[in-house]
Design a protein around this ligand. Structure first.
Ligand code: SF4
Length: 441
């Protein structure tokens, strides 16, 4: 059968889509570029916050409107897991629903639809097949996401992820190593490790501090001229062993994404997040002491229930104090079923929007300052694409899809690593020139 697959949401969803695509391809199904050419339309939805849900509904409805009589529409992913009934009500043309932990059933669902196109089959289950050893193609070219765990035990007051995905379930190291070996053999140069909290990796498997041990094992199979990148760290789980391991292994990017969510201890307490700012400063200090060139990313929420002007000012002050290289700012989204949704003092949207803009503008100046410090440096960078007289590359300082780029004049088509001298800085991107094709130091 011909399948048309749309992926919405975060890199974790992309990994699930790649797995589903791989399973379907192995079962002899093909992928097409246009919905009209498909027998099966699949949307891997995102249900994280309101805007993401609406985008998922819009995509499903658009495909439902153009659905041809022989076609079936499948909703997979977070939104399908979180609100199967609501989804079927809002988009009644959906023929099958697959939750986040049952993507491995995609082939039987798709083939079942071929047999019987009526009724809605539901495959939302609590337990999934995280260990499934399926070959993955490097759909993202030189970069591939590797999901090392799914689900979360943290219970942040604003977050619906634990409701959608349940508690953390880590992939056994052997399964991750197998997947990484296959990806590297396919020519992938950068493995991006993801989970809801990568630094909690292995706790459910009985490991006290599983991530450094996993990095050491990955470094045994990854060539020195490759990158291992860690996203979504939880501040208080950043152990001394993790920092030492990141500093010691040449493959591990001196880069860490550690979402802090706020800069005032009272808001952090209400968020049910780590609120000991001294501990946060200590961990960031330790990271910078061990890796002076480390690039740090964080995310923050403005407009959390009860956030006062004084608390918001503390967030701005924290941004100035820590000087992250990259920051994402989100306006609080009231998520049904979460403790924060019932909290008093919900902040008007207009106030949250103003704070969002102010935080973004504050960070823009900081990011520009940090980027200017790069001028004159020579950095290894992965070529990401060429066109219109430009080459786009990315250094260890930038995670794919979320951070900035290095823009280089001229079209240098060869993929792989080059060495780039940074000549100019912008708030988000850098401008550079290729010094020589190279492998990363
Ligand atoms: S750690 Fe992340 S995924 Fe887990 S509950 Fe908190 S915000 Fe949600």
């Amino acid at each position: 059968m011909n399948c048309y697959l749309v992926t919405l949401g975060c890199p974790k969803n992309e990994v699930d889509s790649e797995m589903m695509a791989e399973l379907l391809a192995e079962a002899g199904h093909r992928f097409v570029e246009r919905p009209d050419d498909a027998d099966i339309l699949i949307v891997n939805t995102c249900g994280f916050i309101h805007d993401a849900r609406e985008e998922s509904y819009d995509t499903l409805k658009e495909l439902a409107r153009g659905k041809l009589p022989h076609q079936a529409l499948v909703a997979a992913g977070c939104l399908a897991q979180r609100d199967c009934d609501g989804l079927c009500r809002r988009v009644p043309q959906v023929d099958a629903v697959i939750g986040t932990r049952s993507w491995s059933e995609i082939v039987s669902v798709v083939e079942g639809l071929n047999q019987q196109r009526r009724g809605v089959r539901r495959a939302v289950r609590d337990q999934g097949d995280l260990v499934a050893s399926v070959r993955r193609h490097a759909h993202t070219g030189q970069t591939a996401y590797v999901k090392i765990a799914d689900g979360c035990d943290a219970g942040c007051a604003f977050c619906a992820i634990p409701l959608i995905k349940g508690p953390q379930a880590s992939k056994p190291p052997e399964a991750i190593l197998r997947e990484a070996t296959e990806l590297l053999a396919q020519g992938v140069r950068e493995l991006v490790l993801i989970a809801q909290d990568t630094t909690a990796y292995g706790r459910d498997l009985g490991m006290a501090d599983g991530l450094p041990a996993l990095l050491r094992r990955l470094a045994e199979i990854a060539p020195e001229e490759s990158w291992l990148r860690i996203l979504y760290a939880y501040p208080q789980h950043i152990s001394d062993d993790l920092i030492a391991t990141m500093a010691a292994l040449p493959q591990v990017c001196h880069y860490l994404d550690l979402p802090l969510q706020h800069g005032h201890p009272a808001v952090l307490r209400r968020m049910r997040r780590p609120h000991d700012l001294a501990m946060i400063h200590d961990r960031i200090g330790a990271l910078r002491a061990a890796m002076p060139d480390i690039a740090l990313r964080s995310t923050f929420i403005v407009g959390f229930p009860g956030e006062t002007e004084q608390e918001f000012d503390a967030l701005l002050a924290l941004l100035e104090e820590i000087e992250f290289d990259h920051v994402g700012v989100f306006s609080y989204s009231r998520e049904r079923g979460t403790p924060a949704a019932e909290m008093p003092g919900q902040v008007p949207q207009s106030v949250a929007a103003r704070r969002h803009e102010e935080a973004m503008l504050t960070q823009q100046e900081i990011s520009l300052r940090r980027n200017r410090e790069q001028i004159g440096r020579e950095l290894p960078a992965l070529i990401e694409g060429v066109g219109e007289g430009l080459t786009v590359a990315r250094s260890y300082r930038d995670a794919p899809e979320i951070d900035g780029m290095i823009l280089i004049e001229g079209e240098h088509a060869a993929p792989g690593f080059v060495r780039v001298r940074i000549t100019r800085a912008q708030p988000y991107d850098l401008v550079g020139e290729i010094v020589e094709p190279s492998e990363p130091a």
